[in-house]
Write a protein that binds this ligand. Sequence first.
Ligand code: ATP
Ligand code: MG
Length: 442
Amino acid sequence: MILIPTEAEYAINKLIKNGYDAYLVGGFVRNSLMGIDTTDCDITTSATPDEVINVFKDLKVVKTGIKHGTVTVIKNNIPLEITTFRIDENYTDNRHPESVIFTKSIRDDLARRDFTVNALAYNKEKGLVDEFGGIDDIKNSVLRAVGNAAERFNEDALRIMRAIRFSAVLGFEIEPKTKAAIFEFKDLLLNVSSERIFSELVKLIMGKNAADVICEYHEVLEVILPEIKGMAGFDQQAPHHIYDVLKHTAVALQKTEATKHLRLAVLLHDCGKPQCFSTDKNGVGHFKGHPELSAKKAKQALCRLKADNETVLNVVRLIAHHDDAIPLTEAGVKRALNSLTVQGFFDLIKLKKADNLAKGDLAKFRLSEAERLYEIGKKVIDENQCFSLKQLAIKGDDLIALGIPRGKKLGDTLEALLDAVIDGRVENDKNKLIEYLKNHIA
Ligand code: ATP
Ligand code: MG
C-alpha cells in the first residue's frame, strides 16, 4: 500500500537495526494513502541528531536544522530529511517554538504536527501509526487540526494559511471547529514572515480546489492580501459578466494552467476594479483604468510578500495589459510581441482566455479573438518574421557608418525602420533598409 523509496527504506532499516525507532512521516504518508506520487520524504526517529550522524557516519550528512533536530543524510544523491521525535515548546509571537524537547515517543511527535492527515507515520514493521484519526479524515476528505485548533493556530499562525492551502490542494473540507478557529484567529497571520506566507499562497492558488477556497476564505486571504478587499460581492453591473469580481476571479483562476506567475496574475488582475467603478447613463458598469490600478496594487502586494523580481515583473506586466485590444493583424501582433516579449504575449493570451471563460456568453467572441491572436502569433514566430530590433537586418553601427550620430536620433531611426518592416513597407534586408532610409526617413 505504501511504497517506501529505496533510500528511505535503507535509512529507516539502518536506524532500526541500531536500536532506534524510525518512520516515514507527514506529507509522504498522506499522499501515498491518497495515491499521489511524492518525491519528498521525511523520516522521523527516536535517535537524537548526534546519534543519527553517528549511524550514518559513512554517508554525507548536512546539519540542516540541527536546533530543531533535523539532519539531512545524502544517499545515492537523494537527500533524506531525518528529524528527531520532538515536542515544541513555548511559542513566541505566534511563530516559532522557543525550545524543542527531544522525546522517545512517536505519539508526542505526531501530536506537535498541524493536521491529523499530516500526523501519520509508517514503517514496515509497525505499519501505520495513526494516533489522531488521520486515516479516517483522509477517507472522508476532512482537514482537522491535531488537538485544539485555536491553541494550535495561536502557537503558529502559519497553520491558518496551511489549512486553507491543504484544502485547496487536496480538495478537503475543513472541519467546523478548525474552520471557526481559522476565522477567529486570522489576524495572527500578520505576525508570520512574508516568505512563509507567500510560499503557502502560491501552493494554494495552484490547488485544484483553489476557486472554492478563495471564495469561502477570502476574509482570511484579505489579511495577508488587503489588495483584494472589496472584490467579494462586488456586482459588476455589466451584461457580459455573470459573477461578482471575486467569483469571476476565482473561476478564471481555475481555468488557468497551474503556473505560478499566470495564476498570481489572474488572482490580482481585477483587484483595482472596485475603486475604478462607474456607471453610464444606461446604468451599465465600467471600470476605466482598472488594469493599471490592479497592476500597481499587485506590485505593492508582491513586493510586500517578497516575491522574486522576475515573478513581480511577469505578473505586473500581464495585469497591466490584460484588457489591451491587440489588433488581429500580423502588424498588431508583431508590435505586441515586441512590447510584451514572446513569453509575455503568449501568457497574455492564456490570461485573456481564462478571463473570458469566467464571463457570460456575451464574452464568447473574445475567446475566438484570443484563439486568432494565438494563430497569428504562432505564424509570425514560425516564419521567423521580424518584430524586434534584435531581428532587424540593420544595426546601430551600420547607421553610424552612414553618418547618423549616436544618441536619440539613432534610436528613433532604428525604431522607424522596425516600424516600416512590421508594417511591410520594406523587407527586412540590409540594402533595402538603407535605400528605404534614404528615400523615406533621412
Ligand atoms: P507538501 O506536500 O507541501 O510537502 P507536507 O505535509 O509534506 O506537504 P511540509 O511543509 O513538507 O508539508 O511539512 C512536513 C510535515 O511537517 C507536515 O506533514 C506536518 O506533519 C509537519 N509540519 C510542517 N509545518 C508545520 C507547522 N507549521 N506546524 C506543525 N506541523 C508542521
Ligand atoms: Mg513535504
